[in-house]
Design a protein around this ligand. Structure first.
Ligand SMILES: [Zn+2]
Length: 269
């Protein structure tokens, strides 16, 4: 048998041995800590378009312990952006969280992906505290702000992804180390919250128009989110996006905007 010797490796290895480890190529990226990644407990909030991409990327990056929270059912308009959904899933109106979790489990026998059916707001107080990293794959501001405040309170890093047509946005919130989602909230978000608590102080239902979406921007947002999770799980907190990345697929630009802590933000008191 022929043995090869890598110039950086002292021991000789059989040529086939390098292909027996699924993560052999990833392990060659020196700083990437695949063992820590595999032990991280991850929460995905949302199992829609971004959630499908994030779920796929998490598994292929070596994450093993993944919980998926979503309450929605699959419809035909999801199918052009969702790897794990089929026509039949839409016909039967299957639950997104169940199908995404099943798809992740099927990608790797070592993965334990668990679906939780419901909204993130319905989960027990302290639910988020059990996780090492939270990825927000949400389509509404109120749920985002809820996850953001819970992550800040419990000290859990939060990676939020969003898109609108060919525009994508990824924000990384490292509690106590910088600004949160609410610190960077704009007037539109504030208006939605005002509407939510108008008149009676009770929640009201809002009808928000559907926004444009397509798969390539979804892929880029989902990939950026999981890449930041890989950095956090590998102990490279200093390398994460500070604080918001804006991607524009129409003009091929990526801009990083550093935001400040808002002294009036309730999440830092
Ligand atoms: Zn804040």
């Amino acid at each position: 048998m022929i043995y090869l010797q890598h110039p950086m490796v002292e021991e000789c290895i059989a040529p086939d041995a390098v292909d027996e480890d699924k993560f052999d190529r990833a392990r060659r990226i020196g700083w990437l800590d695949i063992d820590s990644i595999s032990k991280s407990k991850v929460l995905m909030v949302g199992a829609g378009a971004i959630g499908n991409e994030v779920g796929k990327n998490l598994v292929l990056s070596g994450f093993k312990d993944i919980t998926v929270v979503d309450m929605d059912r699959i419809v035909h308009s999801n199918l052009a952006r969702c790897l794990f959904f089929s026509d039949n899933d839409a016909v039967e109106g299957k639950l997104k969280a169940k199908i995404v979790a099943a798809g992740m489990n099927a990608l790797d026998n070592g993965v334990v992906a668990k679906p939780v059916i419901g909204t993130i707001q319905e989960q027990d107080e302290g639910f988020i505290r059990q996780f090492d990293i939270v990825l927000g794959c949400l389509d509404n501001v109120l749920a985002r702000l809820h996850v953001n405040s819970q992550c800040c309170f419990h000290g859990v890093p939060y990676i939020d992804g969003a898109m609108d047509g060919f525009n994508g946005k990824v924000q990384v919130i490292v509690p106590s180390a910088g600004p949160c989602l609410e610190c960077g909230m704009n007037d539109t978000h504030a208006k939605i919250i005002e509407q939510r608590f108008s008149c009676t102080g009770n929640d009201i239902s809002l009808f928000l128009p559907k926004i444009g979406a397509e798969i390539t921007t979804t892929c880029i947002v989902g990939a950026m989110m999981v890449r930041e999770a890989m950095k956090l799980a590998s102990g490279k907190q200093e390398w994460v996006i500070k604080n918001v990345a804006y991607y524009n697929g129409a003009n091929n630009s990526l801009d990083i905007l550093e935001i400040s802590n808002n002294p009036e933000c309730p999440n830092h008191s």
